[in-house]
Design a protein around this ligand. Structure first.
Ligand code: GLN
Length: 388
């Protein structure tokens, strides 16, 4: 170990290691069945692997264009128009990023100034608030209440101020599995009309929406699309979260600023992966079948947990469902999760990790982005848990 003579002077003094790493390590240490991270434990399509390998063999191993491979940008533009009716100019309004996380980071970094306010809903994916704080901006946190976790629009209206620069949305929502509706979009449109508010819309689970519902992308609503940065993920859509390739869609004026940051953060996303993804996007059955694929997994996990003492909350989309243990135990959710890992051999995520102030409703998050055997084995263990 080196001894450093300098002080680190943290810019994120209240932040520890992300919960996904902490639980992942604990799960590995105890060889727990892992229902924690929203990352598939099953393989991606053989064709996609072949496309990536062929791209490498063909020599596509140097930097991609800064904005992304044209063929991939064009494929995304065509898909977005086909699905949501919005035509993004692939040259100026689509950028391939080195993960959705990078896209979110660049958008906040490029568009939010010190002193600005950013509205964010909790529970929130754990990167949002630190990204805002790194800008010297103020997170304006609005809580979504269980069990519906719907957006309290009257409170949003009350908390919009002249300093509000951005509002961060996430649909389908991590960790609650809820989705926005057309009524939410209408309300948001009325609230933002005439303002200078940018909507940053995290839509990485756009293709995982259940029970025949529509994904209400900001791209569906012209007035919202005009003020939105939409972020999507190839990792989530093609079972390749480790490839770190995401996408950002925004009107040219916003995208120009986002690209200024992206060019110095990552410069470009992985080249051979972009070739592979451009090819597989020509086969829409992959993403069109995705909701049904994950709905079956959700239903399998629900059925397998029918006899567990946990109280399941409905999931309308994403890789996640919540489960309450409030009627079982007084433990903190982090203690409960720890006990599930160490004594019962099953890993989940405590939902308090998605609140800045650690709000604890005694709810845990289960990921069903797992093969069936893992889901069944994890559920069997959750059926065995007793009161504390
Ligand atoms: N988005 C995934 C989740 O919520 C993975 C996040 C991560 O590991 N950084 O589980």
């Amino acid at each position: 170990m080196l001894h450093s003579p300098v002080t680190a002077r943290s810019r994120l003094p209240h932040v520890g290691t992300t919960i996904f790493s902490v639980i992942g390590q604990l799960a590995a240490q105890h060889q727990a069945i892992n229902l924690s991270q929203g990352a598939p434990n099953f393989p991606c399509s053989e064709a996609l692997l072949r496309y990536a390998s062929e791209a490498m063999q063909a020599g596509h191993n140097q930097y991609a264009p800064m904005t992304g491979l044209p063929a991939l940008r064009e494929a995304i533009s065509a898909k977005t128009e086909a699905l949501y009716g919005c035509r993004y100019d692939s040259e100026h309004e689509v950028t391939i990023m080195a993960s959705a996380s990078e896209a979110l980071f660049c958008a906040v970094n490029a568009l939010v100034h010190a002193g600005d306010e950013v509205i964010v809903f909790e529970p929130a994916f754990d990167s949002y608030i630190p990204m805002i704080e790194l800008q010297g901006a103020t997170p304006v946190v609005i809580k979504l209440a269980a069990p519906n976790f719907s957006i309290p629009w009257d409170e949003v209206a009350a908390r919009i101020s002249p300093r509000t620069r951005m509002l961060i949305l996430n649909t389908p929502h991590n960790p609650t599995g809820t989705t926005l509706s057309a009524a939410d979009a209408t309300r948001l449109q009325a609230l933002t009309e005439g303002s200078d508010i940018v909507i940053l819309s995290d839509e990485v689970y756009e293709h995982v929406v259940f029970d025949g519902a529509l994904h209400h992308s900001m791209s569906r609503y012209p007035a919202l699309a005009a003020r939105s940065v939409v972020v999507t993920s190839f990792g989530k859509t093609y079972h390749v979260t480790g490839w770190r390739v995401g996408c950002c869609l925004a009107p040219q004026a916003l995208m120009e600023e986002i690209r200024k940051v992206h060019q110095f953060a990552m410069f470009a996303a992985d080249t051979p992966m972009q070739y592979a993804l451009a090819r597989i996007l020509a086969e829409p059955e992959h993403y069109l079948g995705f909701s049904a694929f994950y709905q079956r997994k959700r239903d399998l996990l629900c059925a397998a947990l029918a006899d567990s003492p946990l109280q399941l909350l409905p999931s309308q989309g994403s890789f996640f469902m919540l489960a309450s243990f409030a009627h079982l135990s007084d433990e903190r959710d982090s203690e409960f999760v720890q006990r599930l890992i160490t004594r019962h051999g099953v890993a989940t995520i405590p939902v308090s990790a998605f609140y800045r102030d650690g709000t604890d409703q005694r709810v845990i998050r289960l990921s069903f982005a797992k093969d069936d055997a893992t889901l069944l084995a994890g559920a069997a263990r959750l059926c065995e848990i007793g009161a504390a």
